[in-house]
Every structure is written in C-alpha cells, then in structure tokens.
Design a protein. Sequence first.
Lengths: 256, 126
Amino acid sequence: MVAQFIPVGNPDLVKHTGFILAEDEALKQYLSGMAVPTRPGETALTDVGVWFRYPESERTMKFPFITIDLLDVSPAFDLRTSDYLQDSVDLYMPSESPVIPSPDPGMGLTIRNYIPFRLTYQVSVHCRSSLHDRYLMSKFMTDVFPPRPLWLGVDADNTWRRTELTNMAQSDITETTESGNKRIFRKVYTISMQAEIPQDVITQSWQVLRAYVNLYDRETLDTFFQPELPTADFDHADPPLAYAAAQAANASITSS
Amino acid sequence: MAEGFRIDASWLDAIERYVTGLQQDVMDAADAAVDVFRDELVDYAKSKPNWVNLSDSIQTWAEDGRMVVGLQGDDYVSQAEYLEFGDLHNPPDSLFRTAQHVTMLAQERLVSELASRRPIRIPGMA
C-alpha cells in the first residue's frame, strides 16, 4: 500500500553531474593522459589532447589529438523492465546516496526502476603522421576499446557503465589551410554506452503485516476444481443417479 | 540378420517439401525485412534536414551473400561520409550509426514473418 511520497530534493543545476554529463566526463577522463613517441626512435613523448568537438580555431591545434562527439541518446527499450515498484534494498542508489531518509517504523521504501538509455559516442583520433596514426590505432584496438565488454568507471555516482566498440572506420581527410592542403589521418571509433536515468522519487510503503493464503485439503482438491453441477436437490438420490441427472441437465443446457 | 527399420517414402518426400518450403519462407521473410529496413531508414533520413536530399538515394543490395545498405554514386558517398563522420568544420550528423530503431523494426518484421509460417505435416503422423 502506498502511504506517502518523499521528495529527495530539487535537482542541483549548478553541481549537476547526472545523466549524460557524468558519462561525458568519464569518457573524457578515460581517454586523457595518452602520449605518443614524438618521432620514430625517440624517447620524447607528445601528449595527446582530448576535446569535445574540434578545438576553437583561435587555439593552436597540436596533433595528435582526440575529439568526442555525442551522436545519439536513445531509450534502450530492450533493457527496460515493467514499471512496477521494487524493493529498494536491491538497488544501489539508496545504499550509495547520503540523502535517503530512513523509513518510519513499520514502513519500507520503494523506488521505480531506473530508465535505461544508450549513449552513442564518436571518438575520433586525428594525426598528422602515419606513425602516430598507427601507434594510436594499435593502442585503441588493444587497450582503449578492446574487443570485449568494457566497463567505464563514472566518478559522479561511483558506478560503472557497460561500453562497447560498435564500429571503427578510417576517415582520412584533407585540411585546407593558408599554407596549402595538409593530410590528416583520422580514425573514427563508434562506441555505445549503457546509462540510466535514476528515479529520484521514493515511495514510502507499508511493510507486509499479514498474508492470507488459501489452503485446500488434498483429498478435496479435485472436488474443489470440478465444474459446478446444476443446482438441484440430489441430497436423497444415489450418487451415480445424481451424476447421470447432472450430465443430462448439462447436455440440455448446452443443446439449448 | 535383424530386420532393418523402414521409413515410408512419402515421409521423406514430405520432409523434403517441408525443408524446401522453409528455405523459401526464410528468403521471403528476409526480403520483407529488408524492405522494411530500407523504407524505415529512408523515412528516418527524411526526418534529418541534412539527409533529406540523400534519402531517396539510399539503397540496399547484396554483396557476397550479405545485405549492404548505403548510397551508390561517388558524389552521394562523399557527401554521406562527411555527414556521417563530420569534418573539421561540421559536426557529425550520423544516420546509419543511430538507426537502431530501424534495425529493431526490421528484426520484428523478420520474426513475425517466420513465426506465422508453415507448421510441419507428415502423412500418417499426428
């Protein structure tokens, strides 16, 4: 029985690190920190920058670098479950959140299932030399987006997002600048990340106080499930005769 | 010498007809699913302003036994690639990689087509 709703609190628009923002930050953090050999045989390393979309034109573009584009946010209908109320004990949010109030004595908390979504990202690697291109391609295929399920840690709520590499395409382009055309090696990785929209309205519910269960004696079970015979006074008739009369009555009802 | 067990020839004929029919059913269902996939993808492309001009050029064809969906013609392919992956100045406006709902619709059509096909009937068997 639903007793009352407990609002968790208004969304914090300033500190908001929820759906999409949390995944964006996690992906950028995951891709940051890479470096490539500046030239073949040299020990000097060049850092690989990470940007959302291309850097502003005012900024000096230092190759190689990585760009992140959010292509699509679509509901994962195949992962959705019915919107029934579920025991809050089995969900991670109440155990992780410090703002969940304790239920009143004799009451429990329930929360709706989180709503699953898929975020589709395009991660592009831009290089000016074939060495960097091949080096990073090898690193991406083996370490960054390996051909197995990848779990991306999200600091915002200290959970993990299942992530899959769905496609890799080479899309080398030519950049036209004032000094002429420059070749750019570009590799495009498409990844799909599972995320959820948390449900932040908690329902306080009564705990089960009493359960009623119908019990039947095994010997009377067959009798209980027999179709009801026509009401007639067979109390004084022999059982076989009563059964035959009932069958006849049933037949007449059916034929009519 | 033990007597071998015999199978009525009509049973084998019936099974052969059934398997041949199944093969045809699968091909028909696949064709229907491909049609749904293409139609829905074209509709999806028409809903994206950057893809409207290319939408009627989207085609499906078979290549080495596999279904391929895309655009044919160098101009179309070049334009579609820039839209799909973006470039230095334009962000990607992906069509093919965000068409998951189209895939699901085609899959549903395939499953429903196959589920409504022939039950097996062999002479002499219930």
